[in-house]
Design a protein around this ligand. Structure first.
Ligand SMILES: Nc1ncnc2c1ncn2[C@@H]1O[C@H](COP(=O)(O)OP(=O)(O)OP(=O)(O)O)[C@@H](O)[C@H]1O
Length: 816
């Protein structure tokens, strides 16, 4: 807390700045209105203001020029309007809470101290000379995040600036009143952070600009590395840092980076909604948001029915007695591995020498171009050409060939027969088309046609032999062209390349494990256990027109390498959250898909719940290899902000190798384990506990289950006990909601709750489920309660019993 004189002065300054903000808002409002009206007026009178004439070429050009000018005027007004609206919203946002921090900095050699007030955006005095508020992303504002009072320096585009920080102050402001103000000697005083973290969970993620920590600031402001990897404990602010990083990049590169050139890959659609308000809260437009599955669906769902990662997860967790289970697991691991990626790369290269597969071009049961002919041509091209270039050449040849065949086809027997069935509508169309052939603007033609129609006479050219011949020729052309349309599409879509056959070839069962994996000379270096069963499963799935989740990316990778890449060169920044859940293949794919982008990958290997997980850092990490170690920077976040100290100490103990996790010092109850002798009593106990939590005022509660089936069971049991307003979250739920949610742990990734109830802590047995259990428990901010039958998960038996409290089925009223 500061002295009352200082407080008074601060309040006076706040009132003064708020007054100036209000005055600026007052000035902007009529300007916005004016610009909007101008734009409406221009749009309304658009065609009155332009002169359109097509009489001569000069007139035509004049018209185009006049339309372009009018368009330019309109878009200039619309742009000015949008800019003003943006400014207006920024001022409004500032008015609610103009700044959150201040530093007094005496730059070496200047002889004076400047007070730098920091807020979500800059605000300059009316004369344009004094910064009343500095945007948190300005270079000088980084002093606030990186230093304590004393010697300090910060980086600017023109070099480093050093000086003395004489004061560092933090504020909580609401409705023009200072609620709290404190001077701090720590980097960012824990007091403000304590207050922020002690609050309730929200159904939307919040911005953290007022309390960004030094190690998070380094991530946010790294604008040198091509690849930024953040390995951080659960709740250490990885997602938060990523979102503030997007805002920072949009600010620091505002002359060359637009929000739609940034894309965030989220773990599920619900998470997209959860984080979508942070950037607008910071006055920035949202980046593009998607999930990898959405992308796969867009590219592959026309050819296959795709298994999504959640169904794959359900299989892994629930179908353990399936006879092919071990092989499937081995396949999932292998198909995500760098080994398989290397095999695939070798395979694609080997296709330059042999093994390409094509689908013949057929028409009405006749083979127009055989697969063999395509193969012959493909291998006749210059051997130095890459596969995709040869496929492109072949496509060009095929298109020309189809055109030639189409012309030949016009005199086929089926066309003669079809001509007899041409109806009057088609003939009329032929008539119209023939007359239009000359030129649409050919007035004399139209005039002659109109006169002929009016006078009921026949035009001389219609009666002659030439016209009916031309009409027949036109009809033949039209009939064949329509019939050939699917063939042309087939060639344009590159469907003549048999990608499925090529992919299947990789899983040729006839090859023994010791021999070559495929034709050509791609030799297998490492084959996974159960190889022939993996091959059988993969092939039979493909034969049914279906694709396992683990095959989707490798399949698409192969397709793109063979058919040519479909990259998005406009995207400049790619963010991948929950990065441990992506395979080496997916990363190779990201690089291929976004060739001009830099990447930021955030993840936690301790939360790697999918079988195909990837180690983010470390020498073997495929991520580090992606851009090379010299272009990659790895950050580690150890401090966990989400949960109370008691919850972090408990969850940390669940991971034998996670000793580096540090809890933020916020106190709460120890996690509570409640044993119940029967599943009925367990449900009753959960119901009673829920009621108690709601009575205590917790309004964001997650009942976290192991699988979707368990979530449904929980929902039914609790609803039968009268628990009100339980919300079921499934993989298709589009929005994160507040309230009591029932959801499987894989859908709780990345989100948090005031209180978490682990529906069945007895259900996690296998070592592979340790991370699943850890992920479930780390969703809790303030309370964690675990329900189990007589024996809880072995992971809890292995930890210090002092880390949690224990109860046996409390005698409580069984309903909500
Ligand atoms: N510097 C900070 N100031 C205030 N709150 C913070 C800060 N850093 C993190 N938090 C809070 O901690 C919680 C966890 O943050 P976030 O979800 O970004 O972590 P994460 O590392 O992505 O977690 P997980 O991997 O478990 O999903 C959020 O409520 C976030 O607002």
């Amino acid at each position: 807390m500061i002295e009352s004189g200082d407080w008074k002065q601060e309040q006076e300054r706040l009132s003064e700045v708020s007054g100036k903000l209000e005055a600026r808002i007052g000035e902007i409002e009529p300007e916005i209105e004016g610009l909007n009206e101008q734009a409406i007026e221009i749009r309304r009178k658009f065609w009155e203001e332009v002169s359109v004439s097509t009489s001569t070429n000069e007139d035509f050009e004049e018209s185009v020029y006049s339309i372009e000018q009018q368009e330019a005027l309109l878009s200039e007004r619309e742009r000015s309007h949008q800019n003003k609206v943006r400014q207006y919203h920024k001022m409004k946002r500032l008015l609610a809470s103009p700044y959150f921090g201040r530093i007094d900095f005496r730059e070496d050699g200047t002889g004076f101290t400047e007070s730098v007030y920091i807020g979500v955006s800059s605000f300059v005095d009316a004369d344009g000379l004094e910064f009343l508020i500095y945007d948190w992303r300005t270079p000088i504002a980084s002093l606030y995040y990186d230093h304590s009072p004393g010697r300090a320096d910060y980086q600017t585009p023109s070099g480093s600036i050093s000086g003395n920080m004489e004061l560092k102050r933090q504020y909580r402001i609401r409705d023009r009143q200072i609620l709290n103000v404190f001077d701090t000697s720590d980097t960012i005083g824990d007091e403000l952070l304590q207050q922020v973290l002690g609050g309730a969970a929200d159904n939307r993620m919040k911005s953290i600009v007022a309390t960004i920590q030094k190690e998070q600031n380094a991530i946010i402001r790294d604008d040198k590395s091509q690849m930024v990897i953040v390995q951080g404990a659960a709740g250490s602010g990885k997602t938060s840092a990523a979102l503030q990083r997007v805002a920072y990049l949009l600010y620091s590169q505002r002359d060359r980076l637009r929000a739609d050139q940034v894309v965030l890959f989220s773990p599920n659609p619900m998470f997209n909604g959860y984080v979508s308000t942070v950037l607008p809260e910071l006055g920035e437009e949202n980046m593009k948001q998607t999930t990898f599955q959405e992308y796969l669906e867009r590219r592959l769902s026309q050819t296959f029915t795709l298994e999504d990662p959640f169904d794959q997860m359900e299989y892994v967790l629930s179908q353990t007695s399936d006879p092919g289970y071990e092989a499937r697991l081995s396949g999932i691991r292998y198909k995500a591995s760098s080994d398989f990626l290397r095999e695939m790369q070798r395979y694609v290269e080997s296709l330059e020498r042999g093994g390409m597969k094509f689908h013949a071009l057929t028409f009405q049961g006749r083979e127009l171009v055989s697969a063999g002919r395509m193969s012959e041509l493909f291998y006749s091209y210059d051997a130095s050409l890459r596969t995709a270039n040869r496929v492109a050449k072949l496509q060009e040849w095929l298109l020309a060939e189809v055109k030639r065949l189409e012309q030949e086809e016009r005199y086929a027997k089926w066309v003669d027969e079809a001509l007899d069935y041409v109806d009057s509508e088609q003939r009329e169309e032929a008539y119209g088309e023939l007359h239009q052939e000359r030129h649409v603007f050919d007035f004399s033609e139209q005039y002659a046609a109109a006169r002929a129609r009016l006078n009921g006479t026949r035009r001389t050219d219609e009666g002659d032999f030439d016209f009916s011949e031309r009409q027949e020729a036109w009809l033949r052309k039209d009939l064949v062209s329509e019939a050939f349309e699917p063939l042309k599409r087939f060639v344009k879509r590159m469907a003549f390349v048999d990608v499925t056959g090529l992919y299947m070839q990789l899983f040729d069962q006839k090859q023994s494990a010791e021999s070559a994996l495929v034709c050509g000379d791609a030799q297998v270096s490492v084959l996974p256990p159960y190889w022939s069963e993996i091959s059988r499963q993969t092939r039979s799935k493909l034969e049914r027109g279906e694709l396992y989740g683990e095959d989707a990316t490798p399949y698409l990778y192969l397709k793109e390498r063979v058919e040519g890449l479909r990259s998005s060169s406009d995207i400049r920044q790619v963010f991948v959250d929950e990065g441990q859940d992506y395979s080496a293949f997916q990363y190779a794919f990201f690089k291929q898909m976004f060739p001009r982008a830099r990447m930021t990958v955030l993840g936690d290997f301790s939360q790697a719940i999918f079988t195909q997980s990837t180690e983010l850092s470390g020498t073997d990490s495929p991520l580090v290899h992606l851009y090379g170690a010299e272009h990659t920077r790895v950050f580690r976040l150890h401090r966990s902000y989400r949960s109370t100290r008691q919850i972090v100490e408990f969850t940390k103990a669940l991971l034998p190798e996670a000793s580096e996790i540090e809890p933020f010092d916020r106190e709460g109850n120890k996690p509570l384990l409640i044993h119940s002798p029967s599943s009925r009593q367990k449900a009753e106990s959960i119901a009673a506990h829920l009621k108690q939590l709601q009575a205590e005022g917790f309004d964001s509660i997650g009942i976290v289950t192991r699988t979707a089936a368990e979530a449904r069971e929980a929902l039914e049991q609790l609803a039968a006990l009268g628990c009100p307003e339980l919300k079921e979250i499934t993989k298709t739920t589009p929005e994160f909601q507040k309230g009591t949610l029932v959801l499987p742990v894989y859908l709780a990734k990345g989100v948090e709750f005031d209180a978490v109830l682990i529906y069945d802590a007895s259900a996690y047995h296998r070592e592979s489920e340790r991370k699943l259990f850890y992920t479930a428990c780390t969703r809790a901010m303030h309370r964690l309660t675990l329900f189990a039958d007589s024996v809880a998960t072995p992971f809890m038996e292995q930890i210090d019993p002092h880390l949690y409290d224990l109860k046996t089925s409390p005698s409580v009223s069984p309903s909500c």
